[in-house]
Ligand binder design. Sequence first.
Ligand code: HEC
Length: 154
Amino acid sequence: MMRKLATAGMGVVLGLAMAQVAFAQAKPEVLVKQRQAVMTLQGKYFGPMAAMAQGKAPYNAAVVQRNAGFLDNLSRMAWDGFDASTRGVDVKTRALPAIFDNSAGFKSAASRLENETAKLVAVSRSGDEAAVKAQIGAVGKTCGGCHDDFREKN
Ligand code: HEC
C-alpha cells in the first residue's frame, strides 16, 4: 500500500517536472510569435489612450480605466518571449541583438513600462483628466524608449 502511494506520488512529481521542462523548452519560433502577439495587444489597448492624450479622440475615462488594466497585465507578459534561445532564430523579428548583449538595459526598459503602467492604473481612477493624460504620455515614452534602443527600425 505504502509502496503504491509512493509510486503514485512519484508519478505526480515526475509529471510536474515534465510540465516545467516542456515550458522551458518552448520552441524559439513560438516564443517570438508570443512576444509579438503581446506587443500587438499592447498596441491595441494603448493606441486609443494615446489618441485621447493627444486630443485626437474624445476623452473617455471608462475606456482608459479598462485599457490601463489590460495593459498592466500585458506589460508583464512579453519578457518570457525574449529568451536567449530566440537569438538568431530564423523567423521574421525586429528584436535587436542588444536585447541579449545589454540584458540589464533591456530589463530596466521593461521595468519602466511596468512601473509607468501601474501608475496609470492608479491615476486612471483619480478622475483627474490632465493627470491621466500626462501619465498616458509617460507610458508612451517607455514604449518609444525601448523601441529606439532594442527594436529594428522599419
Ligand atoms: C523593453 C522593451 C519594449 C517595451 C517597453 C515595449 N516594446 Fe514593443 N517591441 C519591443 C521589441 C524588441 C519588439 C520587436 C519584437 C519582435 O519582432 O520579435 C517590439 C514590437 C512591438 C510591436 C510590433 C509587434 C509585431 O507583431 O511585430 C508593437 C505594436 C509594439 N511593440 C508596441 C508596443 C507598445 C504600445 C508599448 C508600450 C505600451 C511597447 N511596445 C513597449 C520592445 C518593447
